[in-house]
Design a protein around this ligand. Structure first.
Ligand code: GLY
Length: 343
């Protein structure tokens, strides 16, 4: 439920803030109520049903009192290396020229972030993104520059185009219809597919809070199948595919990246949580912005947001049915939840 009390308080805060002398620092009282680090209660959540296996790897880090940043990196390595996963990393469907190009970003509890886009030949783009964050003064490297950097950092050059993905691309080439597919039907993919879940194949976005109450996030994808060479979606864009504010919470997205970028979706979700929205309501509002701006487009596409706040509360919302997310904490390590949706 949308928290009306917080909004009433916020209006009062806005009024009080207007009385401030320029330069005076003032902190909103409602935020003390809202921002409560939840120590010793680690949690990791991630998009889609492949999030179950990814969460399990992240949990190994979290349950051993590891850092959320390490957890999300280790977690998303699982789908990145999964040959059966055709929308992330190795085995991902190529662009229309037959090239597998990967997008990924990562963000830590200090607001540090790193990103790579249109990266080829590297199995774990998320780890290259982390190196960009930790070893360069930059946030984002793209294309050949990202590859060159990865190789310099010791990453191994790998052929990411599997025989299965190549076969699917060659099949697509017969018509070569330029209609990028975002939710690719692949009935055999998931061991834990929810009933009625026909949209379970896209970006993995992962958010974690460690035992110290610190937050981090990661997002990684091979992007739209058969996209134009050079097309970059939301996943490596900080604020679009992922955003983490350690005082408030984190958010990540999946689906048609262009609509997420246009609305700076993940940043929006975090800012809504700052205003007092619970995670699911924040995700819903971000989805509604997309629908309101382009109602006809929205009927045909999927976008989903997933959010975790500083209290350890989580929620999700999508345009279309079929969005699932995985939750892992002390109580249960393999919860799969059907996200609510507009349609
Ligand atoms: N959300 C993945 C993409 O649009 O590339």
């Amino acid at each position: 439920m949308f928290n009306r009390r917080k909004f009433i308080t916020q209006s009062a805060v806005a009024g009080a803030a207007a009385l401030l002398v320029p330069g005076e620092v003032w902190s909103a009282p409602f935020q003390e109520d809202h921002i409560q680090p939840l120590e010793n209660n680690p949690i990791v959540i991630s998009t889609w049903d492949f999030g179950i296996a990814a969460n399990a790897a992240a949990w190994e880090v979290l349950r051993n009192n590891g850092r959320a940043l390490d957890a999300v990196e280790k977690g998303v390595h699982v789908p990145e290396a999964d040959v059966k996963n055709q929308s992330v990393g190795y085995g991902g469907l190529p662009d229309r020229d037959g090239k597998v190009t990967l997008d990924a970003c990562i963000m830590d509890e200090f607001g540090n972030c790193g990103s790579v886009a249109a990266l080829q030949h590297i199995m774990h783009p998320i780890s290259v993104a982390r190196k960009v964050m930790e070893k360069t003064p930059h946030v984002m490297l793209v294309g050949d520059g990202a590859l060159q950097f990865a190789l310099e950092q010791g990453f191994k050059r790998t052929n990411l185009l599997t025989a299965e993905a190549e076969k699917a691309w060659k099949e697509w080439l017969k018509k070569a219809e330029y209609k990028p597919v975002i939710n690719i039907e692949n009935k055999n993919f998931s061991p834990r597919k929810l009933p009625g879940n026909e949209y379970n194949h896209d970006t993995i976005g992962m958010l974690a809070m460690d035992a110290k109450g610190n937050l981090s996030g990661a997002c990684t994808t091979s992007g739209m199948a058969y996209k134009m060479h050079g097309r970059v979606g939301d996943s490596p864009i900080i604020g679009a595919g992922l955003y983490v504010d350690n005082e408030i919470g984190g958010a990540t997205s999946t689906g048609v990246g262009e609509e997420v970028i246009r609305n700076v979706g993940s940043f929006l979700v975090v800012e809504l949580m700052r205003q007092g929205y619970p995670p699911e309501e924040a995700c819903k509002e971000a989805v509604m912005r997309i629908i309101k701006k382009k109602p006809e487009t929205a009927k045909e596409i999927q976008v989903g947001f997933l959010a975790l706040n500083k209290k350890g509360q989580y929620g999700a919302y999508a345009i279309q049915k079929g969005f699932s997310f995985a939750v892992c904490n002390k109580e249960s390590q393999d919860t799969l939840i059907k996200g609510k949706s507009y349609y």
